[in-house]
Write a protein that binds this ligand. Structure first.
Ligand code: G6P
Length: 591
């Protein structure tokens, strides 16, 4: 239920709204929908599937005002019925919603007792039916009456057939930005200001049950007590270059191949021969007694590598916690929390940031997307500068994250980081292996289960590689610390269960070679990713991807790129939807 957009102004509302939805597809693409006012009636269209499906089915060419939605399903299966916008029984009001209404069941039963009939399985429909129930000719008032009844979090946009000149919006915890131009000819609402910034740079963010009445050239705001509110807009800069695959078959492949350049950008200008320098990083952060990383998915894996960097390089005790689990943990005082998120919009990460800030802790963000929620809610932010990442499966953001984390550990240690400059060239070397990796991928693409294993730096690296394979090929790939396999998982090993071994950690070389013997003895086919000098690996592995030689700390870069290519080519052999895999969203905006 995840990206909302709305437009009112002199441009073609329908087209502007469709363009906005395209830029919000990273928040989900299970279904899309759009509604507006046409000849005094609500006109709408909603379809299961991505935006292009909706565009082919649109029954209208023009709308006076438009609201749209792109969904990542939570309550109710993926279907056109459960797609947004949702309408009240009389089809007078249309609503789009991002978030979750936790008490929707009780509210729905109450309304059903009043004779209201529901047509979807969603929690969202209850909001529009409630608004209709309370509507007495004033849309803002009806919305204001409904908000205190809702438990959970939301950003909503609502239109009424009698008011083709207005959108009413409200938010609690979910991001909602309102943009307007200097000339007062148009106004836009969006879950993400980056979806409209080029034309409407004045931006207001709605917070805690605030309600906005949006008209062309006029925004009226009300606080949670329904009193008029005066807020100064922020002036945000941004523009969009239309995304392009640059001749590659998929965004993922393009982004894998960009990594030499994106790692270069992440480190450029951030160090001299003596030390690391971060722009806008408060000096007091260096006094942290310990560091906790939080993040989800790929960003959590980057955090795990960051923890090892901080302990090995700066001797600062460090821990990584999955963001959705972090709130259950005691975090000692004087801990610096570092929230990692490519998008800066992941709801679990944002919720953990809010939780730790409310406990009085300082939070640093590491983020790729400017103006995102994370960048606004943290005490400082380091940007990855990787450029837009379009593929749902994160690749270049991960290597930029670990580049920044390496620099950060050096910053804490007051050391130079010159050695990281070798990484862009080493990534180039790995990219040259793409044809060989494609051959290996084809050979193994019929297997349905894989173990990925590694030790020390190669443990989080193998978790990330296994996640890539799961995400885009729908193959069961489980990452394990290599020493742990014998404590249970090895029971699964047979000739149908390949092991992908990440061997580039010199400190644990002998041990991983023994672990390889253990799985070999049980018949597992083995693919090893190993540095050139580890010749012993060829005696035990069936296939080896030979990587450039580097230190243990820097090995995650090269091994990761090889793992990404392996996942990509397996998914390609299987004919999967690589850039937009089923059931996923680039950024999951519900907890
Ligand atoms: C989603 C994506 C993952 C991503 C995770 C965290 O689950 O599918 O690829 O790693 O969110 O995203 P973030 O933007 O917070 O790094």
């Amino acid at each position: 239920m995840c990206g909302i957009f709305g437009y009112i102004g002199t441009k073609d509302s329908l087209q502007v709204c469709l363009n906005g939805l395209q830029l919000l597809e990273y928040r989900g693409y299970d279904s899309t929908g759009i509604a507006g006012v046409e000849n005094g009636q609500i006109a709408y269209c909603k379809e299961a599937g991505k935006l292009h499906v909706l565009q082919q089915k649109l029954p209208f060419q023009k709308l006076d005002v438009a609201i749209g939605h792109t969904r990542w399903a939570t309550h109710g299966k993926v279907s056109s019925n459960n797609a947004h916008p949702h309408l009240d029984e009389k089809c007078d009001i249309a609503l789009v919603h991002n978030g979750i209404i936790e008490n929707y069941d009780v509210l729905r039963s109450d309304l059903q007792m009043h004779g209201v009939r529901f047509v979807s399985e969603t929690d969202s429909e209850v909001i529009v039916q409630l608004i209709a129930h309370h509507y007495k000719g004033e849309l803002v008032e009806a919305v204001q009456k409904v908000l205190p009844l809702l438990k959970g979090h939301f950003a909503i946009a609502v239109i009424h057939k009698d008011f083709p000149d207005r959108i009413v919006a409200a938010a609690r915890e979910c991001p909602l930005a309102i943009g307007y131009d200097d000339a007062g000819t148009e106004a836009v609402i969006s879950s993400d200001p980056n979806a409209f910034l080029s034309s409407t740079p004045n931006v207001l963010f709605l917070r805690k049950d605030e309600v906005a009445l949006i008209q062309k050239g006029k925004i009226s705001l009300f606080n949670s007590q329904n009193l008029p509110l005066c807020k100064q807009p922020e002036r945000l800069e941004g523009h969009h270059t239309p995304p392009s695959k640059g001749g590659f078959a998929h965004y993922m492949l393009k982004e894998i191949f960009e990594q030499s350049a994106t790692v270069q950008k992440a480190i450029f200008g951030r160090m001299d021969e003596k030390e690391v320098l971060f722009e806008a990083l408060p000096e007091t952060f260096r006094n942290a007694k310990r560091v906790w990383f939080i993040g989800c998915g790929t960003s959590a894996h980057a955090g795990m590598i960051g923890s090892l960097f901080l302990e090995d390089i700066a001797q600062i005790p460090s821990h990584t916690e999955i963001a959705s689990e972090a709130r259950f943990r005691i975090v000692p005082e004087e801990t610096l929390v570092i929230a990692i998120s490519q998008s800066g919009e992941t709801a679990d990460t944002i919720a953990a940031v809010r939780e730790f800030k409310s406990r009085g802790l300082k939070v640093l963000g590491i983020c790729n997307v400017k103006n995102s929620t994370l960048t606004r809610e943290t005490d400082g932010c380091i940007f990855l500068k990787a450029g837009p990442e379009m593929s749902v499966c994160s690749t270049k953001a991960f290597t930029s994250q670990i580049a920044v984390l390496y620099l950060l550990a050096k910053f804490f240690a007051r050391q130079s980081a010159e050695e990281i400059k070798t990484i862009p060239a080493q990534i180039q070397e790995v990219l040259k292996l793409a044809p060989l990796i494609q051959q290996i991928a084809k050979k193994y693409s019929h297997f349905r289960n894989f173990f990925f294993m590694g030790r020390h730096y190669m443990y989080p690296t193998c978790l990330e590689a296994a996640l890539k394979l799961k995400e885009i090929s729908y193959v069961n790939a489980n990452g394990y610390p290599a020493g742990e396999l014998k404590h249970g998982p090895i029971a699964l090993i047979d000739t149908h269960f390949p092991v992908v071994a990440f061997c580039a950690n010199k400190q644990t070389e002998e041990k991983i070679l023994s672990n390889l013997q253990e799985v070999k003895a049980r018949g597992a086919p083995i693919i090893a990713l190993a540095p050139k000098e580890l010749s012993a690996v060829s005696a035990v592995a069936d296939d080896v991807i030979w990587l450039p030689s580097t230190s243990d700390k820097l090995a995650p870069f090269t091994s990761t790129v090889a793992g990404q290519l392996l996942a990509y080519y397996i998914a390609l052999s299987l004919g999967c939807d690589i850039d937009q895999p089923r059931n996923l969203a680039k950024s999951v905006t519900v907890e």
